[in-house]
Ligand binder design. Structure first.
Ligand SMILES: Nc1ncnc2c1ncn2[C@@H]1O[C@H](COP(=O)(O)OP(=O)(O)OP(=O)(O)O)[C@@H](O)[C@H]1O
Length: 312
């Protein structure tokens, strides 16, 4: 668990992070979102002591990070930045091996880990291990950046606009890869982004920053349904909030007893996909099956539509 307590960072011109408190639960993704200059990067860099707070404290799993020397702390916390910061004259394998090497792993362990990570990122070692970063596409460079950050199996991964340089299609793929990876490795991720859509898609919780302060910290559905103030509302955008709200919630809470016909839907499906399926197949309801294929109830089109209404 990462506990940020009343942290302030002040430069000559004034505070850039102003009395921020945040708790980041283990194995979750905290997205920090806000406009340019709102203090997101500064806040994140205080977690691995690249920047020292002016006041306040940060604890990781109960230990005040001031008691851990910065370089040691940073070997235990993965860090990914927008242009991935790969060493241009080192091969993919050498880049990924950076932290394990600093930690004194054996060559055999390092080789096995590099291979395992390249496999995981669908970049087979025989094709990619010996290439230089410039011989990779932007999306591949980004994956190597994440692989390098994960090499020593850190519990925490800090990501600063990790997908900012990618085109929309590669970006969507990188986001779903990260989602799968986070589930598989149970890493705690702090993700800085200026893109609210990305925060909604990836964050278990979202901290919205404005002028150095956290103005709201809540789940994506809470942020969509109940933005704390006009600023958060503007960040969320008013356009298709109902549909986005449906997309971040699953159907499980809306199941009812009864009978319905046609192709079944799966428990855990998001409400938008369920509604799309019911509209497309022209049905008013559908049966729902759980993971083992056992009937879990039915989902009604009206219940889905009602759940997207503006909260009272
Ligand atoms: N070393 C420094 N000295 C003085 N001011 C700084 C320093 N580093 C950052 N700042 C200022 O602190 C504010 C917050 O910067 P920060 O990089 O944390 O913002 P951000 O929300 O990550 O912005 P962006 O999305 O543009 O990266 C900015 O106004 C910036 O100019």
């Amino acid at each position: 668990m990462i506990e940020i307590r009343r942290v302030t960072k002040r430069y000559d011109a004034g505070p850039v992070v102003d009395d921020v408190s945040l708790t980041i639960e283990p194995r979750t993704v905290m997205a920090i979102v806000g406009t340019s200059g709102s203090g997101k990067t500064t806040l994140m860099r205080m977690i691995n002591r690249m920047i020292e707070p002016t006041s306040g404290e940060i604890c990781i799993d109960g230990t005040d990070i001031r008691s851990v020397p910065g370089p040691l702390l940073r070997r235990r916390i993965g860090y990914v930045i927008q242009n991935h910061g790969l060493f241009p004259h080192r091969t993919v394998a050498q880049n990924i091996a950076t932290v394990p090497r600093l930690l004194g792993w054996s060559e055999r362990e390092i080789g096995a880990r590099v291979e395992e990570l390249l496999e995981l990122f669908q970049m087979p070692a025989r094709d990619f291990a010996d290439r230089l970063p410039q011989e990779l596409s932007g999306g591949q460079q980004q994956r190597v950046g994440v692989a390098r950050a994960l090499a020593a199996r850190p519990n925490i991964l800090l990501m600063d606009e990790p997908f900012g340089a990618l085109d929309p299609i590669i970006r969507a793929k990188a986001q779903s890869d990260l989602e799968a990876l986070q589930k598989a490795t149970a890493t705690t991720i702090v993700l800085v982004t200026h893109d609210m859509e990305e925060a909604i898609r990836l964050g278990h919780r979202i901290a919205v920053m404005r002028a150095g302060r956290v103005v709201q910290c809540a789940t994506p559905s809470e942020i969509l349904a109940r933005p704390a103030d006009g600023f958060v509302e503007e960040m969320v955008g008013s356009g298709d909030r109902a549909l986005r709200l449906l997309a971040v919630e699953d159907i499980d809470g809306l199941l009812e007893p009864g009978e319905a016909f046609g192709a079944p839907l799966a428990r855990g499906l998001n409400r938008r996909d369920a509604l799309a399926e019911l509209l497309w197949s022209g049905r008013e309801s559908a049966p729902v099956l759980d993971e083992r294929g056992i009937p879990a109830g039915i989902i009604r089109r009206d219940a889905l539509i009602q759940s997207a209404a503006r909260p009272a």
